[in-house]
Design a protein around this ligand. Structure first.
Ligand code: SAJ
Length: 412
């Protein structure tokens, strides 16, 4: 089977690698000439365990190549970003539509087209299907169209793409069947066949479920700071109940999924999606909550920020609340940033970030930050204070002051 994958990002590239490994011929298409050039040399632009070896093996045995333009294939998979439109929160389908148009000259009868990008409910039927119909295809008869959302966790993508179950949302039952044959090449998890609109809303709701639960935890953190209770203890105690799973409060919700997908539902049905919108607003208020507490801890001076990725142990900083926090504090404080997972010429070493700092502000749960060099901190800071917004530091020496969401009420 020949597969053409449009978009060689966090999902498209790992997917390409796995099809290549399963003896498919794969062409990975991207609009970035630099990326295409690098990929053909085996230079990988994402931090994801296992992917580099697979792509290099695939290049060596001619089963993978990157290209700026699509090629004829049996299956086309679209894995391009779907941002949201800030004015009305709706799903910006422009990259998906461009990708669909870009494959039109290469499509032949019998091909399967799969959109993996997360899209608002009804997008496939109302906006994507007509593109192919206008080009003369009859969906379900001579072209097979499906929405098959990915559901993988950065850092474990190579494992989860193979082993997770997969929703296959066909525009017709025949489309779902054809799309399942494509994923059958490498997916070992269950393939669940359904309609496109069910697949679309299911994917959006999965991330909304998490966003709403995180909002509840963040609201709890604010309540506890107000009334003088340790929020972290409350969560630990409540979660001892067999049917309770309170999530973790934090500096806000980042990433390309949880911070965006709920808006796709809200934009479709704003009158009904009340909890969904309130949860988004609550999570978006967390950077201000962090900044307010920082201002209570120190009025001026140097803040050493640890971590800006939205997710621990990855280099992914898309929609990271850390940047909003840094930007809001930078007018009044001298801010230095250390992140061992992100290459940025303005970032500094751990030693530099703590040197003469007035506050260490932990904004990301990289493993490196769970145990810090406390001797260095004590020698580098006159009055050592840490504010851990990810609640990952368990214990510090008694001459270092640690704030987390368990004791913010002490600042009142
Ligand atoms: N976060 C909290 N508290 C928590 C859990 C997370 O504040 O208790 C924050 C994180 O710090 C981060 C954000 O939420 O900023 C999102 O992190 P995440 O790890 O929960 O989710 P993502 O966006 O990396 O991945 C999600 C996953 N969806 C679900 O778990 C329902 C993943 O399975 C999906 O594949 C992915 O979205 C996606 O592509 O949609």
């Amino acid at each position: 089977m020949k597969v053409c994958i449009i978009g060689q990002g966090y999902i498209g590239l790992p997917t390409a690698a796995l099809f290549s490994k399963s003896d498919c011929e794969v062409v990975g298409v991207d609009i970035s000439p630099e990326m295409v050039d690098n990929l053909n040399k085996g230079i990988i632009h994402i931090e994801e365990p296992g992917i580099g070896d697979l792509i290099n093996d695939a290049i060596a045995n001619n089963s993978y190549s990157a290209s700026l333009t699509p090629q004829k294939a049996d299956a086309f998979i679209i894995t391009v970003p779907t941002p949201y439109i800030v004015e009305n929160y709706s799903c910006d389908l422009s990259y998906v539509i461009d990708a669909c148009n870009s494959i039109l000259p290469f499509l032949e009868k019998g091909n399967t087209v799969i959109v993996e990008s997360t899209i608002a409910p009804l997008s496939t039927d109302e906006q994507i299907k007509p593109i192919f119909e206008k080009a003369g295809f009859t969906i379900g008869k001579d072209l097979f169209l499906a929405h098959c959302p990915e559901r993988v966790l950065p850092g474990q993508i190579m494992y989860e793409l193979v082993n997770n179950n997969r929703i296959i949302g066909g525009v017709t039952p025949e489309c779902a069947k054809k799309a399942s044959e494509v994923y059958g090449q490498f997916v070992e998890g269950e393939l669940i066949l359904t309609e496109a609109k069910t697949a679309e809303l299911s994917k959006c709701m999965e991330n909304t479920f998490r966003d709403v639960n995180i909002a509840l935890a963040n609201e709890l953190a604010k309540i506890c700071a107000e009334i003088g209770v340790n929020a972290l203890d409350v969560i630990e105690m409540a979660n001892k109940h067999p049917r309770v799973n309170l999530h973790s409060p934090g500096p806000g919700v980042g990433g390309h999924c949880l911070a965006i997908d709920p808006y796709f539902i809200y934009a479709k049905a704003p009158q009904q999606a009340k909890i969904i919108k309130l949860a988004r607003d609550t999570n978006k208020s967390m950077p201000d909550f962090v900044c307010d507490n920082v201002r209570k801890i120190i009025k001026e001076g140097k803040i050493g920020v640890l971590g800006v990725s939205y997710k621990g142990n990855t280099d992914d900083d898309r929609e990271s609340p850390a940047y909003e926090i840094i930007s809001k504090l930078s007018d009044d404080y001298n801010i230095m940033i250390h992140d061992p997972h992100i290459e940025n010429p303005t970032f500094v070493s751990f030693e530099e970030v703590v040197k003469d700092s007035d506050l260490i502000l932990v904004l990301c749960d990289h493993d490196e930050f769970k145990e810090l060099d406390y001797d260095l901190i004590k020698n580098s800071m006159e009055n050592p204070v840490i504010f851990d917004t990810k609640n990952i530091i368990r214990k510090v020496p008694c001459d270092i002051k640690l704030y987390n969401y368990g004791n913010l009420y002490e600042l009142n």
